[in-house]
Design a protein around this ligand. Structure first.
Ligand code: ZN
Length: 239
């Protein structure tokens, strides 16, 4: 497998945006909570990761998220995250749009990151909006000084995407000359609209994902047979 086209476009592009999904996080060892390996006490994660659970089943909700916060603290960014952070410093890429909530891009040193689904690295008070580090959950502190519930700063099923992250992602997709999807099956809306927006604005679209996606037909190049970290490592030879 060669990446000649991707290499050429990466060198030519004046504005490259990277879009990351679960496949990026699983290479760090973090289980995808939607997969069977990520299943928690055999409960349906989609049901627990919801406003319904937050409002009506708070103990189970907290238990589930304490577990996920612990998971994120247990693992760390892999070489792919680190390469992307270096590329941003070097001007090889301009920004990252991510569906992941582990905060690994920032931990690796990336600055311009639109977190479409929020982050597990922070909590905020459901009542007053105060933000804190998610260490509080590890320490079994679940309530704000105001008495409100501290909740993970992520987007739950039943909530809309954070407006600021959405706006940044939209602008970045529109500005991009090259848009690279890394490890997303592009099944979650509206996040999966950004590659199409980029493509419609004339950007080259490259999809790197283990499995085929419904958007492969729009891609200028599809790469499936390698790990993201390995592909990025190979590309550092030319950057
Ligand atoms: Zn509060």
């Amino acid at each position: 497998m060669t990446f000649i086209l991707l290499e050429k476009w990466l060198l030519e592009s004046n504005y490259t945006v990277v879009f990351t999904g679960a496949g990026m996080s699983t290479e760090s060892g973090l289980p995808d909570f939607r997969s069977s390996a990520g299943m928690w006490k055999k409960k349906d994660p989609a049901r627990l990761a919801s406003t319904e659970a937050l409002n009506n089943n708070v103990h189970e909700f907290i238990d589930f998220y304490r577990n996920r916060v612990l998971g994120v603290k247990e693992y760390q960014p892999h070489k792919g995250h680190i390469i992307l952070a270096e590329w941003e410093k070097q001007g090889v890429i301009q920004s990252i749009i991510t569906q992941n909530v582990d905060g690994f891009h920032q931990l690796a040193g990336s600055k311009k990151v639109a977190e479409l689904h929020g982050t597990l690295q922070k909590l905020h008070c459901q009542t007053c909006g105060n933000t804190t580090n998610s260490e509080e959950y590890i320490n079994e502190e679940y309530y704000c000084v105001c008495g409100g519930l501290l909740r993970p700063s992520i987007v739950l099923f039943g909530e809309s995407l954070p407006e600021k992250a959405f706006q940044i992602a939209l602008e970045e997709a529109q500005k991009s000359e090259l848009f690279i999807v890394l490890g997303s099956s592009l099944t979650v809306t509206p996040a999966n609209q950004f590659p199409l927006i980029a493509k419609e604005q004339g950007s080259k679209l490259v999809i790197i994902n283990q499995d085929p996606t419904d958007f492969d037909i729009y891609a200028d190049q599809v790469i499936r047979d390698k790990k993201i970290g390995e592909i990025l490592q190979e590309l550092t030879k030319i950057t």
